[in-house]
Design a protein around this ligand. Structure first.
Ligand code: ATP
Ligand code: MG
Ligand code: MG
Ligand code: MG
Length: 475
């Protein structure tokens, strides 16, 4: 293709050469300077127009939001702010845009407003940066696993099993009921829309990944996950992407070591491969923080990311976490909305107290009460706690949920019964414990929570192009 991206243009700096670029006009100053952006990098490219050479009727069509293709000669820029610029020879308008009606005016818009126009926000500096960082993180994840001997597997999206047992599944149904076999009474059984069987959208690929790990050793799945989360929090989506490695012969400590090493690798990768975009978000956040009282400001984004890559995560048991919470001034002054006692599921306010107020660092919490965790986690000898590990980070709380899996057939079977799950529905899962079982472990990392952490965005709706939340699935 006879065109160059703005990212490459800045890299190569082909001074004196004739080049063609296409992009969206951010601003057109004094009928002379087009700030053009093509999405390849955050930086705009300055195109210098000699307005005497062009018809007024054409110049009028160069408006904020319009799409143009320009050809010209690259020169050194005399102005501050950019090393090179383009002396424009030809301009082609690819797409007009009515400047008055264009929702993205050349000023700062609120994130809430931009969520309303999610179809146009990729054209802003902030969202360009976020979505490019999202890309780099996804790439780094595959690179890490590939380098470390993991196989990338694909767990099913349509499945009958509710891995988490939380009843947060979306049911699969067909529009044309003629495709469903009728019951003996000649009726339609709507719960069995999947050609006579019940089927749901996956809430986690873990159980299936375990089957693959107990054959291939180390595997991971990285795909879309669906949960009927009828809540409006800053960290829950109804559709999110999850990274789920599963490793044969790994015990809880190996699992934690892997998760910590993995997170550090991914963050370091972003710091080197997405430095420009991170710098933009760092600056954006710093401006936001200025409006807060000094003692409530959080660590600058880049500093936080470096800190995380350079320091060991804190590791404590659930019981220790509860003790810390019980002794906290928040508990004593009854500032927690959910009261603290041994046995509760930690709420995000508790998680954030631990990471943000107490440790000021990521924290791995292990050995949760069996009753609040899923059936598949390895029971400890105390009979009360399981070999679970959650990783909590500042600003978000839980980002990783993992565990050593219960490998003992009898214990697993009694847990399944105790949790009221039908053992027939999990015969295939139980089979792996009947034939050549082995200790194994894994974890789930919510991709959007990782992107949130790395970009510093406080709302999960701002790190996925098309957020699925209650009432939001138009496009
Ligand atoms: P939470 O306590 O925040 O509801 P969870 O304990 O229900 O999370 P897990 O079942 O442990 O979540 O899933 C593993 C990981 O998937 C979580 O640590 C989180 O990073 C991510 N995750 C879970 N639910 C969501 C969601 N609704 N939206 C985005 N990410 C999610
Ligand atoms: Mg949940
Ligand atoms: Mg949780
Ligand atoms: Mg969890």
């Amino acid at each position: 293709k006879n065109e160059i991206s703005i990212a490459d243009l800045y890299k190569i700096q082909p001074i004196g050469r004739e080049i063609t670029i296409s992009g969206w006009v951010r601003t057109f100053r004094s009928n002379r300077f087009i700030a053009l952006n093509d999405g390849s990098t955050a930086a705009n490219f300055q195109c210098v127009v000699d307005f005497e050479k062009f018809e007024d009727s054409l110049l009028k069509r160069i408006t904020t939001g319009s799409c143009v293709r320009v050809k010209g000669i690259v020169t050194k820029s005399l102005g501050k702010g950019q090393p090179i610029e383009l002396q424009v020879q030809t301009i082609e308008i690819l797409g007009d845009s009515d400047a008055e009606k264009y929702p993205l005016q050349p000023k700062k818009h609120s994130l809430e407003f931009l969520r309303e126009i999610a179809h146009l926000r990729p054209r802003t500096t902030t969202f360009g940066a976020i979505f490019r960082i999202r890309h780099h993180l996804a790439f780094a994840i595959h690179e890490y696993f590939n380098k470390n001997g993991f196989f990338y597997i694909h767990s099913p999206i349509i499945t009958a099993s509710d891995a988490e047992g939380a009843g947060e599944m979306f049911n699969v149904s067909v529009l044309d009921k003629r495709n469903i076999p009728l019951t003996e009474n000649g009726e339609v059984d709507y719960s069995k829309d999947f050609f006579g069987k019940e089927a749901n959208l996956t809430v986690s690929g873990q159980l299936e990944a375990e089957l693959l790990a107990m054959g291939l050793g180390k595997v991971y799945t990285f795909g879309p996950t669906f949960r009927a989360e009828n809540s409006n929090t800053a960290r829950h989506l109804a559709e999110f992407w999850m990274i789920e490695p599963e490793m044969a012969f790994y015990e809880l400590k190996d699992n934690m070591d892997l998760a910590e090493d993995f997170l550090k690798y991914i963050i370091k990768y972003a710091l080197t491969h997405a430095a420009d975009d991170l710098a933009i978000l760092d600056q954006r956040l710093a401006e936001e923080e200025k409006s807060k009282p000094a003692d409530q400001r959080s660590m600058p984004l880049l500093e936080k990311l470096k800190f995380v890559t350079e320091n060991a995560f804190q590791r404590i048991t659930y019981t220790e976490a509860i003790d810390i919470l019980l002794q906290s001034p928040y508990h004593k002054k009854k500032k927690f909305q959910f009261p603290v006692e041994w046995g509760i599921d930690l709420q995000s306010e508790h998680e954030r107290y631990l990471v943000e107020k107490h440790f000021n660092s990521p924290v791995i919490i292990t050995d949760y009460p069996a009753a609040i965790k899923a059936f598949y986690m390895r029971l400890n000898d105390d009979g009360k706690t399981v070999r679970a590990m959650d990783i909590l980070v500042p600003g978000i709380g839980e980002i990783v949920g993992g565990s050593q899996r219960e490998e003992r057939y009898d214990v697993l079977l009694s847990k399944i019964r105790q949790f009221g799950i039908s053992e027939e529905s999990l015969w295939w899962y139980l089979d792996t414990r009947r034939f050549g079982t082995c200790p194994h472990s894994g974890f789930g990392l919510g991709f959007e929570r990782l992107v949130q952490f790395v970009t510093g965005m406080s709302n999960i709706r701002d790190v996925i192009p098309f957020p699925r939340t209650p009432g939001n699935c138009e496009f």
